[in-house]
Write a protein that binds this ligand. Structure first.
Ligand code: 5AD
Ligand code: SF4
Length: 469
């Protein structure tokens, strides 16, 4: 039993990151015939972690099922960024309990991901959720085989709070055969005052570029069409290592593998260099799509958030990217209602939105995360006021999304076909180079291919199109 601890999670020492190359072979007969169901909440990092968790489970013989009711083990890979993530998890746990008490008393219920790293969550589980069998943290994923092989009847909470290491040789069970996530760095040292990530994910650790490039080259060999380089602070890549490539240099090398599409998330404006812009401009296979979180347009709030840039600096960077990268689409994240955000502060945010006219944005009401500096700030703004601001912001964002999308009508776009439209099975869906969702009619054998689609109609959140033959 190892419970998480906030003060350890916050610590940054000069301890060197260890690079651990996994090589242990497991006996696949241990859990042969047993099934796992995995539910993933949150960001792409979590989606990719689930692909790693699947690898560890399949190493010891488990196979995947799509319904919880068919499973012997349920893994809930959680997110801690915002409040509703907590509600969702505890809601879903109720469903798991029902299955365990009615149809499958041997069901193993396991919780992992960022919420597992939170002290308060683990103590709640310990006290009130005795039917949860296992909790393992973001730094314990590689121990999963051992945790299950040695599992006892008692609830086990194994959550390390530490700066973290880098594990290599993970045989990811990827959800897609044509687009892949590739971690390039883990953790974050920015400590934005509202954010829990530096506590749940540990310090910034970059993978070695040789390991990353080997992974990408293998993906190319396996026929993958797209890689997305992942990091909480993707463009701070390499800053924690001596003599390692910069992010721009790594991006160039990934482009040199000739994979058809390269993307990267999430960039911090503070680490966005001119060299990065040049690499995007000079390589057709580096997509002209950039996610660039703004968070707030008010200098006062940006300072309180610890974001390291001003409104003007953000706008300057935005304009530089737009000027240099032809046809770039830029999306953002915005938080409304940071403690004591005034009406004037909020107007500054609207002002940036009116200047930048983002292609789209993820917008959030600020939610205090226990242990972060912002959670200690007193806040006199009512939730009602924050909801009003969010509504106003979303209206504005949606207008600009539609306006930007309308520019695509009649254009022919390259679309990587991802699958069948859930609502209308006669249609396929995929994404343009600029990350616009496109729905169009076509045969299922196009899934996984890049095709030309003529755009016929624009909506706020998607485009309709017609396959070009
Ligand atoms: N409250 C609201 N939104 C948050 N985000 C991160 N932490 C919080 C919080 N405490 C948002 C930021 C970030 C995105 C992933 O989630 O906008 O960019
Ligand atoms: Fe959180 Fe800021 Fe790090 Fe992004 S840069 S993960 S918002 S602390």
């Amino acid at each position: 039993m190892k419970l998480p601890n906030l003060s350890d999670a916050r610590k940054r020492t000069d301890k060197k990151t260890e690079y651990i190359y996994l090589d242990k072979e497991y006996d696949k007969s241990i859990f042969k015939g047993k099934k796992y169901f995995i539910k993933t909440y949150g960001c792409q990092m979590n989606v990719h972690d689930s692909e790693e968790i699947s690898a560890h489970l399949e190493n010891i013989g488990f196979s995947k099922v799509e319904e919880m009711e068919d499973a012997d083990i349920v893994i809930l890979n959680t997110c801690a960024i915002r409040e509703n993530a907590h509600d969702k998890l505890f809601g879903f746990l109720g469903r798991c309990k029902h299955v365990k008490t009615t149809s499958n008393p041997n069901l193993i219920i396991a919780i992992c991901g960022c919420m597992a790293q939170e002290e308060s969550v683990c103590s709640t589980i310990k006290e009130k959720y005795p039917y949860v069998d296992l909790v393992f943290g973001t730094h314990n994923i590689c121990d999963l085989e051992e945790l299950l092989i040695n599992k006892s009847e008692k609830q086990n909470i194994e959550v390390l709070s530490c700066e973290g290491n880098v594990y290599e040789n993970i045989k990811y069970k990827r959800d897609s055969k044509f687009k892949a996530w590739v971690n390039i760095q883990y953790g974050c040292d920015k400590f934005c005052t509202y954010c829990i990530v530096p506590y749940t994910r540990g310090k910034q650790r970059s993978r070695k570029s040789a390991d990353i490039l080997k992974e990408v080259e293998e993906l190319v060999k396996d026929g993958y069409k797209e890689v997305t380089l992942l990091g909480q602070n993707v463009n701070a890549y390499g800053k924690d290592l001596d003599g390692e490539l910069s992010f721009a240099e790594l991006l160039q090398k990934v482009a040199d593998t000739k994979i058809e599409r390269v993307r990267f998330v999430t960039s911090h404006p503070w680490d966005f260099t001119d060299e990065m812009i040049d690499v995007i401009v000079n390589n057709d296979n580096v997509m002209n799509y950039i996610h660039l979180p703004l968070q707030s347009g008010s200098d006062r709030i940006l300072k309180l958030m610890g974001r390291r840039y001003t409104k003007d600096e953000y706008i300057k960077l935005f304009n530089k990217i737009k000027d240099k990268v032809k046809g770039a689409s830029i999306t953002t994240d915005i938080i409304v209602g940071f403690p004591n955000e005034s009406e004037e502060d909020f107007k500054e945010t609207l002002d940036v939105v009116n200047i930048c006219k983002f292609d789209s944005a993820f917008t959030f009401i600020y939610s205090p995360r226990e242990g972060t500096p912002a959670a200690k700030m007193d806040d006199k703004i009512s939730l009602e006021e924050k909801e009003k601001r969010l509504y106003e912001l979303n209206e504005l964002i949606n207008n600009y999304s539609l306006m930007n999308n309308k520019k695509y009508v009649d254009r022919v776009e390259k679309v990587l076909v991802e699958g069948i439209n859930e609502k209308d099975s006669s249609k396929l869906f995929g994404y343009t180079e600029t990350m616009k969702l496109v729905n169009f009619e076509g045969s299922q054998d196009l899934i996984g291919q890049i095709v030309d689609v003529q755009i016929t109609e624009a909506k706020s959140f998607s485009l309709d199109g017609k396959l070009k033959r």
